[in-house]
Design a protein. Structure first.
Length: 631
């Protein structure tokens, strides 16, 4: 028989990024015995890489900012496909979550009068991103970890052990959720180092596993982002929404090839950086879409004045939402106006004094010097789009973060959840999302546990199946190498389900994904269970595959262009499609896609917009309803 280490918890949080840590803190505060599980080392989650900041309408730099303006920007950024309730909760609660971080010990950059400083970012009307230089995620993670350590010290005093109420299992990968009927009963996985199995029995699980970027070759995401949480949720009977919407960040490094995809923070543009093509033209003025024309400068002079006088000038088009900028760069390169390495130029050197660049963007300065031998205080950077963030994710109840679908006891927060950002996320809105919905998920998971009459039980047979599935790649000797399979998957997704999409290519992609699914079912990993990355990847592949299928299917179905989904054959936004979410579920092994109407936006929230603006997004029918209510 196989040895399995067993643990019992009230709440198991899978993922130790901002969302997972904030959820775990809340569960522990609610008195729940809580486990935090992380595939990577503790503190190495994606959140740590976040550079620009966390968006919260604190109004510290411009007192006109408030939650309503933030809500409006978020809905605009997502092209009105957002779950409005999530966008509302996020805008309202983000400031409290940031101030709370200060009570945990966070040290944000300051304004002259000592308030938390806030910086400009694409799509945000006012300076709104609380930040620590360009290393905000590091401070966020550090602070949340510190809070957890302080709780553990308290537990040591009261319960005699640091791990009594909250324990971290890092370098531990969860491969299955275990169910008792329609209820979550636990999670199963392995220690990466020893390959030994571990089983958590728990009535509530919070998924906070982050994104899916590793299905693409050019990505800002690190090795862990294989869509595990998305796939775990699907297999447990939950649903995913908006999976066609991926964010291709406009500015990833394009040179040298070994670092292609690594992020160049949007703060470079927020702090004055401009984009130029190989002809030296500042091209973004040519790419302002109608829906945004009123808010963006028409001339370089006006754009430049905005940095010092934002009340009387409109913002530069470099600060359009990311989907717009990424498409523009893509078009410039396609039209033959790209740089030698196939990107465009991002210039901060001619815009700010060298000293100021080093002060505001220390990591970028260091990154380009070290990786590309480029001094960004003297020369422009070469940049191009990189797969960065998935807007789609687990469909959740906006207030409680409980997963929809047939499963109970499952909660999701952070990048792994869907709805909040609609078809495109604004920069800075993720870090705040993690805190707002992490807290909510942890709190509601705890309430769920309190209300249970009886605890679910883990059946022996489900554990046996989990063990078998996990060991299978090691037991086959004739199957394919996982690395080849991952490369093939990345090629399909990058070439056929990338930034610009077409019907025949998406159909082709689905055919290839079906073939890949059969190949992945026979994947084999050489070696044993002791630290074996090939085996780990073999197990990740089935997750990447099912999630990629959801993305490709939804991308084929959605016949319009909106946010992170661009169809060359349906290049405009279609108001009818704004009313529809594409919902992905699993039926046996088959990915199923359904259409579901979006919840109706509450009237008082619609009233925050001009009718003229609403007319760009809503159907005639919806507008007539709006007019009738206004009359
Ligand atoms: P993550 O921080 O991604 O953490 C996921 C956790 O889940 C990890 O601990 C991982 O090990 C664990 N995990 C995954 N699968 C498993 C499994 N099977 N078993 C166990 N554990 C698992 N957003 C902003 O708002 N502002 C920014 O300035 C910003 N800058 C960014 C810069 C970069 C380079 C990148 C890549 C992203 C940036 N983002 C930014 C986006 C933001 O950082 C992420 O969306 C966010 O951190 C996701 O947080 P999360 O808590 O949902 O998950």
């Amino acid at each position: 028989t196989t040895r399995i280490e067993r643990h019992h918890y009230d709440v198991v949080v899978i993922g130790a990024g901002g969302a997972g840590l904030r959820a775990a803190i809340e569960a522990r505060l609610a008195g729940k015995k809580t486990a935090i599980i992380s595939k990577s080392l503790f503190g190495k989650a994606h959140t740590v890489m976040a550079e620009g900041g966390a968006a919260a309408a604190m109004g510290n730099v411009n007192s006109r900012d408030n939650w309503q303006v933030h809500f409006r920007d978020t809905m605009r950024g997502g092209k009105f496909l957002n779950n409005f309730r999530m966008a509302e909760l996020h805008a309202k609660e983000a400031p409290q979550r940031i101030w709370e971080l200060e009570t945990y010990g966070a040290l944000f950059d300051r304004t002259k009068d000592g308030k938390i400083s806030q910086r400009n970012f694409g799509g945000h009307e006012y300076p709104r991103l609380a930040h620590v230089g360009d290393r905000t995620g590091l401070e966020l993670i550090r602070t949340l970890q510190q809070k957890i350590v302080s709780m553990q010290q308290e537990d040591k005093r009261t319960h005699g052990s640091y791990d009594a109420r909250i324990r971290v299992f890092d370098e531990t990968t969860i491969t299955e959720l275990l169910l008792d009927g329609d209820r979550v009963a636990g999670a199963f996985g392995y220690y990466r180092e020893s390959g030994e199995f571990i089983l958590f029995e728990a009535p509530a699980v919070v998924l906070a596993t982050g994104g899916v970027g590793r299905s693409y070759k050019v990505t800002s995401n690190s090795w862990e982002y294989t869509g595990d949480g998305h796939a775990l949720a699907l297999r447990a009977g939950a649903t995913l929404i908006n999976m066609e919407f991926l964010q291709f960040h406009p500015t990833g490094m394009v040179w040298p090839p070994s670092v292609k995809g690594i992020l160049v923070t949007e703060s470079v543009r927020g702090d004055g950086g401009i984009l130029k093509n190989s002809e030296g033209k500042r091209f973004m003025f040519d790419y302002v879409p109608d829906v945004f024309r009123k808010q963006y400068a028409e001339t370089e002079e006006e754009a430049d004045r905005w940095y010092t006088d934002p009340d009387n000038n409109r913002r530069p088009p470099e600060l359009l939402p990311r989907d717009e900028v990424a498409r523009a760069i893509n078009s410039e390169v396609k039209a033959g106006r790209g740089t030698p390495a196939g990107g465009v130029f991002l210039d901060i050197a001619s815009r700010l004094p060298a000293e100021e660049i080093r002060r505001r963007l220390p990591s970028m300065h260091h990154q380009f010097k070290g990786l590309a031998d480029v001094d960004i205080t003297k020369e422009p950077m070469e940049v191009g789009p990189t797969c960065h963030y998935v807007m789609g994710g687990i469909e959740v109840d906006p207030d409680s973060s409980a997963a929809y679908g047939s499963v109970r006891g499952l909660f999701a927060a952070g990048e792994v959840s869907g709805g909040m950002h609609g078809s495109n996320r604004l920069g800075g809105n993720s870090l705040s999302d993690l805190l707002v919905f992490g807290k909510r998920a942890g709190g509601h998971a705890s309430t769920y546990v309190d209300q249970l009459a009886a605890r679910p039980r883990v059946a022996v047979s489900t554990v046996e199946t989990a063990v078998e599935t996990a060991l299978a790649p090691l037991q086959r000797d004739t199957g394919e190498n996982p690395y080849t399979l991952q490369q093939d998957l990345q090629a399909v997704m990058g070439d056929l389900v990338g930034i610009i999409r077409r019907e025949n290519e998406l159909e082709d992609a689905l055919g290839r994904l079906a073939e890949l699914r059969e190949r992945v079912a026979k994947v084999s990993a050489a070696g044993g269970r002791r630290y074996n990355p090939g085996w780990h990847l073999a197990l990740d592949l089935r997750n990447m595959l099912v999630v990629s299928e959801c993305t490709a299917k939804a991308a084929l179905e959605r016949r319009e262009s909106r946010g992170g989904h661009t169809r060359e054959d349906f290049p405009t936004m279609d108001p009818q499609w704004r009313r529809i979410n594409l919902v992905c579920s699993l039926e046996g092994d088959t990915v199923r896609l359904d259409r579901k109407p979006l919840p109706k936006i509450r009237t008082e929230l619609l009233n925050l917009f001009d009718r003229a603006e609403l007319a760009k997004y809503l159907t005639d029918e919806e507008l007539a309803e709006f007019d009738a209510l206004a009359a």
